[in-house]
Design a protein around this ligand. Structure first.
Ligand SMILES: CC(C)(COP(=O)(O)OP(=O)(O)OC[C@H]1O[C@@H](n2cnc3c(N)ncnc32)[C@H](O)[C@@H]1OP(=O)(O)O)[C@@H](O)C(=O)NCCC(=O)NCCS
Length: 216
């Protein structure tokens, strides 16, 4: 393989929703062993989780950002929070939130967990600091590529941008194993873990902007 081709497969770039099928597959594979996803969606063969990721990728709001590694082995879904005062855009974001909750309620209807999940979402929402920030809604690297620094590279462009613009970043970690990974990138536990009726904990984490290096 040519070096330039290799570089292209490893480069981190922003895409739209046109690669939904592939990136939804990546996220489905990445989350196979995730404690929260296993609890919520049950066995993968029941098909709820692929449908969940497909919806999230296909409906990702235009104001958000989808970052991928060139070969699509890793995906990060970012959402702006409190970043706009434009009434029309705020209304679009609220409408997205409403559609998301409606979709989850229908998707989970047969699991008996739909109302518990909506309570979890509400508790997580309450923990979000009321400041403009970027929210990392989902991050996943397919299993065979995990542990090769793709996750850290995937987050770099948005974290650099946050630093440059003086904006915080925020997330809810669905796996305690990831806490040290996020801490290395500057996130700190921000709120006590969210758990409803014995659900695996989601740990809210907040990353204040780092002071960007002064230009020489
Ligand atoms: C978490 C994740 C995005 C990190 O990306 P990555 O490319 O594997 O991670 P990096 O190589 O940049 O960093 C490695 C760190 O990731 C964390 N990690 C979590 N799950 C991991 C896994 N299955 N394999 C390797 N590292 C993992 C560890 O903290 C690890 O650090 P350590 O080796 O010191 O324990 C990726 O492992 C993944 O997709 N995991 C499953 C889905 C998930 O947990 N998503 C995040 C939900 S909040």
């Amino acid at each position: 393989m040519m070096l330039s081709e290799l570089a292209r497969l490893q480069e981190i770039r922003r895409i739209g929703t046109e690669r939904t099928d592939e990136i939804a597959r990546t996220l489905t594979d990445a989350f196979v062993d995730d404690p929260f996803s296993k609890w919520l969606f049950g066995k993968q063969q029941e098909g709820l989780e692929p449908r969940y990721w497909h919806w999230c990728c296909a409906n990702h709001p235009a104001s958000g950002e989808i970052h991928v590694v060139g070969d699509l082995s890793g995906v990060a879904l970012w959402y702006p929070m409190n970043l706009t005062k434009d009434k029309k855009l705020v209304a679009v974001e609220r409408e997205y939130e409403r559609k998301y909750q409606k979709f989850c309620k229908e998707l989970l209807a047969d699991t008996g967990l739909e109302n518990i999940y909506l309570r979890i979402i509400r508790q997580c929402d309450k923990a979000i600091p009321n400041v403009p920030c970027w929210y990392l809604g989902s991050l996943g690297v397919e299993r065979q590529s995990q542990g090769k620094a793709i996750g850290a590279r995937l987050l770099a462009p948005m974290l650099q941008r946050c630093d440059k613009q003086g904006l915080p970043a925020y997330l809810d970690s669905s796996n305690p194993r990831n806490i040290s990974f996020y801490e290395r990138l500057g996130f700190r536990k921000h709120h006590k873990p969210v758990s409803v009726k014995g659900s695996p904990p989601l740990t809210p984490m907040f990353r204040p902007p780092l002071k960007p290096l002064e230009a020489p």
